[in-house]
Design a protein around this ligand. Sequence first.
Ligand code: G16
Length: 585
Amino acid sequence: MKMTVIDGSVLSQCAEGDRNNGRQYEIMALVHRSNPPRYFTEMAIKTVSTTPFDDQKPGTSGLRKQVPTFQKPNYLENFVQATFDSLDDYQGKTLVLGGDGRYFNRPAIQIILRMAAANGVGKTLVGQGGILSTPAASCLIRKYDAFGGIVLSASHNPGGPEGDFGVKYNVSNGGPAPEKVTSAIFEHTKSISEYQITDTEDIDLDELGTKQVGEMTVEVVDSVADYAELMEQLFDFGKIRKLLEGNFSMCMDSMHAVTGPYAKAIFEQALGAKAGTVTNGEPLEDFGGGHPDPNLVYAHDLVKVMFAEDAPDFGAASDGDGDRNMILGNNFFVNPSDSLALIAANATLIPGYKDGLSGVARSMPTSQAADRVAKKLGIDCYETPTGWKFFGNLLDADKITICGEESFGTGSNHVREKDGLWAVLFWLNVLAERQQSVEEIVTEHWKEYGRNFYSRHDYEGVDSAKASELMDGVRSQLSSLPGQKLGDYTVEYADDFSYTDPIDGSVSEKQGIRIGFTDGSRMVFRLSGTGTQGATLRLYLESYEPDESKHNVDPQAALKPLIKLADETAKIKELTGRDEPTVIT
Ligand code: G16
């Protein structure tokens, strides 16, 4: 007698005799009796013995490791099986699957398809060529009522045989799995002893249409069409087309990552932008050797164009999986925190948001510029931990319409992920309506609300033990800091940020150390949850300047006293052994 264990429960049982006589056999649901019985072709499913890996705890956004780690025998399979094992009630239902096209995307998709079939998934929608941007995957999950999605990406981390890979599970609202789900997956990875996989051939991922993997239907879908349709519903494509067909010039850098096909279809084909508007538009497995992170350091091609004498009016870049964005004007950088505030302030100019916003949210380290807009609009502003997953409940409950993070992420209730091209379209629509330059729009915003000077200093690849020592050192000062004078600043509060979700009451602790001053300035210390080598220390700095005559200052100069204070408080140079951050945004 053979027992197959699925979802931690005994789901199937068949006599050896049945297996040998070449018949199909019925999988009896012994525990989940409410599930309809399913039929599998004999010998299609293999149960493979495995042992746990001790490093499969999902981080800020799924499991991210270097490619060679994912290529270890059973490494990917364990995590995928643990994901299925932690879910209820998905048998016979639809899954969405795709990735950002990085190295190992295709083989991983073939493995996951076979495992999904073996675990009883009814149908899987896969992006053509295995390509789905993160927001497009979210769009498909919602549109086709999928129970969830598996998105293969390490986002902004470099790709290639020695680069990074990642697996992220999204739930039925289209958003990243909340902590209770990722914790359950992690628990299963610790005790896994076997996984299920079909003994079937690879399928053709490039040809659109319906195929079979065992008893599961696979539909290879156009990666762009549904997403582009959703964008057209939200934005005034007619007005944007008029802008792009006029004298307005634009450059969109897809960084050889996933947004190339999306950006070409939307900007060049649907909106009439000149051919060549989208640069680095061919997704490559190693992103052309680049680091697909849209910031001033890594998006150097775009920065060079946008800070030249004859720069275009508007520039944008997106990241590996298409959920981040950077917005630039002619010789002008829009800080992501300001971008969030501006998007909120201008939302009613956009058809999809013309009735106003229910509320806004930002991650804790994001500047408080959005709070000022929310106050003026008379709506709530929520402060969540870093990670898009924390916005999901607020969006589902319609507490917020728009949300964003300092890490170049902005989005809305249209999907449950941050969305790079959505942000670019939002800006284009605002520019088309206001007929002003990017710089004029931002400086007018500062004039109205005051300017939140903001910067993030990253120290990448720091020794993990030193990074923990640094954080512990700051943590040990927290109780004595309030009321103390540090330089010209007086500490108002100092804490390790803890968040209680207002919808489900779940508590997330130790989400970054905040030291706030009486004049509204802040410094925040956090260790990144997305890196794969050593630790990345993130230092977030913010000060507020209401006086318009002092707005035209380089943020690094405006924040200099705080930068010095942060080093003194956390001994950054001493403990990291670095004189300068790796990246300043
Ligand atoms: C992910 C998360 C974001 C987060 C960012 C940085 O983005 O989805 O919510 O802000 O990582 O996280 P950390 O500071 O922990 O590195 P992405 O674009 O990498 O998925």
